[in-house]
Design a binder for this molecule. Structure first.
Ligand code: HPA
Length: 277
């Protein structure tokens, strides 16, 4: 099994520490099609993830796999332009490495974004949802990023998950959205393994158990972040209407296209939250 160890984490963290100009206060992970946000980072140093020892490589279009460190709104940030997913073949435990490295480099906050399908029938493509909770369906089935020997230096064996998303950050995000004139939903996200999208029956099941938006990421990263005591903000860019009655199809192209509409809105919200930290 590919459990994360302190040696693996330290090696990756030391590699980046030598290259990065600042110690990040905020780690950010940008989802499908949302990568262009990283262009806003000032005085940045960029490193490709695949250069970093042990880094889970990103192979999907829309996830360039670049790590950008610099400042935004005067706050030192470490931005991952694209992420890796379970469906690419990585062990769930390995997907926790980037967040562990952020923690080692000193980040106190994780801002995580993703592209997601709307399960809530009131959500439209191009809108945004601030996460107020998630369902860890894969974890319930045994696939948890914290599986294996506990890393006591980061957190306890049985970490609390009663507050996965920080209430104050949620408030900041709503305030930043209203300042920018952007309307924002708030709801529950679920991570499925993918890469196949959901059947109409899958989606009716998800709606029944209380899901608002569905994707293939984020939850593993948030669990590792919370285990290590980071405060988390999660935002989904709603890229497509879920197909509850089978009348439409879902494609990666439409997910990428929606990203272009979502990036400017997401940029103003994330900048607004950084200003409020
Ligand atoms: N389902 C799962 N993941 C997704 C979707 C979806 O409809 N859209 C973007 N990521």
């Amino acid at each position: 099994m590919d459990f994360l160890t302190s040696e693996i984490i330290n090696k990756a963290a030391e590699f980046l520490q030598e290259k990065f100009p600042v110690s990040p206060k905020v780690g950010m992970i940008l989802g499908s099609g949302l990568g262009p946000f990283a262009d806003a980072v000032e005085n940045s140093v960029q490193v490709m993830g695949k250069q970093v020892p042990g880094w889970p490589e990103s192979t999907v279009e829309g996830h360039v796999g670049r790590l950008v460190c610099g400042t935004l709104e005067g706050v030192p940030v470490f931005v991952m332009q694209g992420r890796s997913h379970y469906y690419e073949g990585h062990e769930m435990t390995r997907l926790g490495l980037p967040v562990r490295v952020m923690q080692k480099l000193g980040a106190e906050y994780l801002f995580v974004t993703n592209a997601a399908g709307a399960v809530n029938p009131n959500y439209k493509a191009g809108s945004l949802m601030i996460l107020n909770d998630h369902i860890n369906l894969l974890g319930m089935a045994g696939v948890n990023p914290l599986r294996g020997p506990n890393l006591d230096e980061f957190g306890p064996r049985f970490p609390d998950m009663s507050r996965p998303y920080d209430k104050e950050l949620i408030k900041f995000a709503h305030n930043a959205a209203s300042d920018a004139g952007v309307s924002c939903h708030e709801g529950v996200y679920i991570c499925l393994a993918g890469p196949s999208y959901e059947t109409p029956a899958d989606l009716r099941f998800l709606r029944m158990i209380g899901v608002d938006a569905v994707g293939m990421s984020t939850v593993p990263e948030v669990i590792v972040a919370r285990h290590g005591g980071m405060k988390v903000l999660g935002i989904s860019g709603i890229s497509n209407k879920a197909n509850l009655d089978g009348s439409t199809i879902t494609t990666h192209e439409e997910v990428m296209e929606a990203g272009r509409v979502i990036v400017p809105k997401l940029t103003s919200i994330l900048r607004g939250v950084l200003k409020r930290l």
